[in-house]
Design a protein around this ligand. Structure first.
Ligand code: ASP
Length: 359
């Protein structure tokens, strides 16, 4: 971090690893380092991904491809009705329809495939792989993505569980300022009324996704991100998860980064690409994630997205691994959910993420 951006971040109260290293500040919660250094293979995932990292590691141990391994891992979460952020059981859009986004990237072949606003298919990550494998395209959306999925033999089913429908109905009953429509005037720099502040806080609602990235013993890297996206989103809203460079980026020469949290922030900064590019310059996964997070903070200027203290009113997390097997989870904020899943070949567990802001 250069002096100028460091001073700027200090003014905002940044206490994360980048700042603390230069300022000697406290408050950085670093991941426990593996005592004998990085090792391969390794799988990282979002906090809801412990079953995925386990499955992916087992498959890589059996000699399976890294992409097949991470997809099989996230398939467990996609099919889980209890996970409200992904696949079957995911929370629906404003109209009660579950619309799914997913992307996959296969490092060894520079392969990529994605689907967005896909309805009625439990495993969008498998359809994304089919886009990669069976077409010359990389992204299919909406009805076209569904037609393709059906042609590839994926089964259509209703993804809205009773529990998810109940939550949606409650949201409709309570509907006030908790939607995604914005008065253009709210983008103007001026102080906000308490009601507007309340609306801004609601922007933090119901995010969730699974990202899973793996490197095998040969240094082959793959990743997948899959989600039902922001709950109660406007129909047709596409988040960062199916967009290469935003919710997922893999470069076999460097490593991988995926993300959960406010997708719009990643879309506007190409955050996952940025993290991988910082690593290409020789920066560690943790530091690369913190630098990209800092960029997002600097680019978040809309008043309705800022808290009273000037910090972003949303959550954002990165899951990062490099080709050597070094890894990190990086969050915007510390908190009980600031953890990520990692299987390092020895044990599979949640670890604490680094973070930019204490609170
Ligand atoms: N990043 C996802 C999206 O914006 C949602 C999330 O991870 O919470 O669609």
């Amino acid at each position: 971090m250069d002096r100028r951006s460091f001073l700027k971040s200090s003014a905002l109260g940044v206490v994360g690893a980048v700042a603390s290293r230069e300022a000697g500040a406290q408050g950085v919660e670093r991941q426990a380092q593996v005592s004998d250094g990085p090792s391969l293979p390794v799988v990282v995932a979002s906090r809801n991904g412990l079953a995925a990292t386990q499955k992916a590691m087992e498959m890589m141990g059996a000699g399976e491809d890294t992409l097949d391994a991470v997809i099989a891992g996230v398939n467990i979460v996609e099919a889980d009705p209890e996970d409200r952020s992904v696949g079957y059981g995911g929370l629906p859009n404003e109209e009660g329809v579950v619309q799914l986004d997913s992307s996959v990237m296969h490092g060894p072949t520079n392969g990529a495939g994605a689907v967005a606003s896909l309805e009625g298919i439990v495993h969008p990550s498998k359809v994304a792989r089919d886009v990669m494998t069976h077409t010359d395209h990389v992204l299919l959306v909406g009805p076209g993505a569904l037609k393709f999925a059906l042609a590839m033999g994926h089964e259509k089913r209703d993804l809205l569980t009773d529990e998810a429908r109940e939550i949606w109905m409650k949201w409709k009953r309570d509907l006030s300022e908790r939607d995604d429509w914005i008065d253009p005037a709210d983008r103007l720099p001026r102080s906000m009324t308490p009601g507007e502040k309340h609306a801004a806080r609601q922007m933090m609602r119901h995010h969730g996704t699974i990202n899973c990235n793996a490197v095998n013993e040969k240094g082959e890297v793959s990743g997948v991100t899959t989600t039902s996206g922001l709950a109660f989103k406007l129909p047709g809203r596409v988040g960062d998860s199916p967009i290469f460079g935003a919710g997922l980026f893999v470069d076999n020469e460097v490593g991988a980064c995926g993300s959960t949290g406010r997708g719009e922030a990643n879309l506007k900064t190409c955050a996952s690409f940025l993290v991988v590019e910082f690593m290409r310059q020789g920066v560690s996964p943790e530091e690369a994630g913190l630098r990209a997070m800092q960029r997002i903070v600097e680019k978040t200027t809309e008043p309705y997205l800022l808290r009273d203290d000037g910090k972003p009113a949303f959550g954002l997390n990165f899951y990062i691994v490099n080709k050597k097997g070094e890894y990190a989870g990086v969050n915007l904020y510390k908190g009980s959910r600031a953890q990520f899943a990692v299987h390092d070949g020895r044990e599979n567990r949640l670890r604490d993420s680094a973070y930019l802001f204490e609170r």
